[in-house]
Design a protein around this ligand. Structure first.
Ligand SMILES: [Zn+2]
Length: 121
């Protein structure tokens, strides 16, 4: 009897080890997926930042001709689901959540400066 108990216990532990091994494999897969996604997001962030630099350089154009273009670019980025505000620039927006006040402020203020420029001209 005792030998049978020992054998049963051995089998239970073996099954548990198999389960754990499967779980570890799944976790490893998830981890590498997450790392891969992280790399993609980093790259995307880098692209967006260099895009922002380009856009803000265009903003400095004294004749202001490109201002509306860069505003459109920002608006497109925002509509595509990315933040264009300083604190969260390049981060993905949750499209199901409400609009980002900071992003909207940027879009609005650019609109205002366009209007002002038009009034001056
Ligand atoms: Zn934002």
């Amino acid at each position: 009897m005792a030998e049978k108990d020992l054998y049963d216990e051995f089998e239970t532990i073996t099954n548990q080890l198999n389960d754990i091994s499967k779980k570890v494999s799944l976790l490893k897969e998830e981890l590498s997926k997450t790392l891969e996604e992280n790399e993609e997001v980093k790259l995307e962030n880098q692209n967006l930042r260099s895009h922002l630099e380009k856009v803000s350089t265009e903003d400095e154009d004294p004749n202001g001709n490109k201002l509306s273009d860069s505003r459109l670019n920002l608006e497109n980025l925002y509509l595509k689901g990315f933040h264009i505000c300083r604190p969260l620039y390049g981060a993905r927006r949750d499209r199901n959540k409400e609009e980002c006040v900071f992003c909207l402020q940027i879009l609005d203020s650019d609109n205002d400066s366009n209007k002002k420029k038009k009034k001056i001209n």
